[in-house]
Design a binder for this molecule. Sequence first.
Ligand SMILES: [Zn+2]
Length: 202
Amino acid sequence: MSVYERINIELSRIVKSARCAFAKRLAQRSAGKGEAMKLKVSPPLYLAGMKVSCWRRNSRMPVVALVAPHVAGKEGQVCVLSNIEEIPQEILLFIQKRVPTFQLRSSLMGGSRYFANTCPSCHVIYGDSFLHSEPGAPFFPESNEAAKSLYLTEIQLSDPIEIQALPGIGVGELILSNGKRICGLRAAGWGRATASIRYRIG
Ligand SMILES: [Zn+2]
């Protein structure tokens, strides 16, 4: 059992035993909506992203997420993965080559540790719950137009992989059909050049 699974079990135990609303809120915040789980992901796998304003100092920062159309047990659903706790090294390298600020960090509320989008200038975390769970958030687009702000590139996979993450369901299809497809090479400057790529394509 991984340390993350143990933490999740500990958190659920705290939530169950304590009638304290604060502990419950804390557990929900730290694990997003639910708990990260081991997912078997078959190709294709996509990296989606855009630039947002850092909530602390308003500077621009890249944020990314994984979009997985084939997750075992979620057939017919395109999943958007958040709260990624474990990921194969080669996938992580693919992401970090483009967005080095995607890093393993503890959530601000403590508890879980996941690969988070961090600000290149002030290093603060833009938490996955804010990027994924609120309608209108970067990875929770509510319209075709909003989904068009995202760019997408395929991460080449030959075999199924395992990712420990939270599989978000509902908007993956919208992102896949509207996101701007960019190729790997063009995406090399993602961390810096996303805005110009967004306006040039389409
Ligand atoms: Zn910042």
